[in-house]
Design a protein around this ligand. Structure first.
Ligand code: CA
Length: 235
């Protein structure tokens, strides 16, 4: 079964928060509700949501301040955020989007509008994780057909190795820490140890065979996929 998209609802008016949560639950999402910024930050630290519905007016820290903080951190910067607000001024909308929100809903809004905006934002983000192909050196991955080839020969990768390889290839030459890979590949990693990454990297290298050398260990930092790490074929 596919995992339900996790939506973090940050809304201090409990009746509205509850209504949003009920509607999300009925429509195939897994909502978590928090009532202020401190709880929201704790929740995001524990589990990365697939999307955040963020009320603008909160006690203490405002929604825009929270959005700004999340956008500045590598771990949270690409979480889709939809701001909820009672204000419909154009200037406010711009301010919300400037803070890093992907979209904006004005109270009162209908369930249908909320769901449509959530789905649209998730769809816009989706191409990042599926449906594209990427090539690094002679290694090619096609996510739509689920194929990995090296020098034209097909390789068989398990689902986790495939996701891991896809991510490393799309971000080739960059170093990724274990924690970052856990976030990107496993998402909710509360119960997964960083050592798990090492296990899957080892399997990925085995899967890749000759091309396994492209997956480099960067001591004290993490892993990197690099085409220059591979020797040219000998003749
Ligand atoms: Ca509020």
């Amino acid at each position: 079964m596919r995992k339900l998209p996790r939506v973090l609802v940050v809304e201090d008016e409990s009746s509205i928060a509850e209504l949003i949560a009920v509607n999300l639950r009925h429509n195939g999402f897994a909502p978590t509700v928090v009532f202020d910024g401190a709880a929201a930050r704790r929740e995001v630290e524990a589990v990365l949501p697939d999307l955040i519905l963020l009320d603008w007016m909160l006690p203490g820290e405002s929604g825009t301040a929270l959005a700004r903080q999340w956008r500045q951190q590598a771990r949270t910067k690409s979480i889709p955020i939809i701001m909820i607000t009672a204000r419909s001024e154009e200037g406010d909308k711009v301010q919300g989007l400037d803070a890093g929100a992907d979209d904006y809903i004005t109270k009162p809004f209908s369930t249908q509008e909320m769901l449509a905006r959530i789905r649209a934002v998730l769809r816009r983000r989706a191409p990042e994780v599926m449906g594209d192909s990427v090539q690094v050196g002679e290694l090619a991955l096609d996510a739509s057909t689920y194929r990995v080839t090296f020098r034209g020969r097909e390789l068989k990768a398990g689902p986790t190795e495939f996701k891991l390889l896809h991510y490393l290839m799309k971000n080739a030459e960059r170093v990724h820490s274990r924690a970052m890979l856990l976030d990107k590949i496993w998402g909710d990693h509360v119960f997964i140890e960083e050592r798990t990454v090492d296990v899957h990297i080892k399997r990925l290298r085995e899967t890749l065979g000759e091309a396994g050398a492209m997956v480099e260990t960067v001591r004290g930092a993490g892993y990197r996929l690099s085409s220059s790490a591979l020797q040219e074929p000998r003749v």
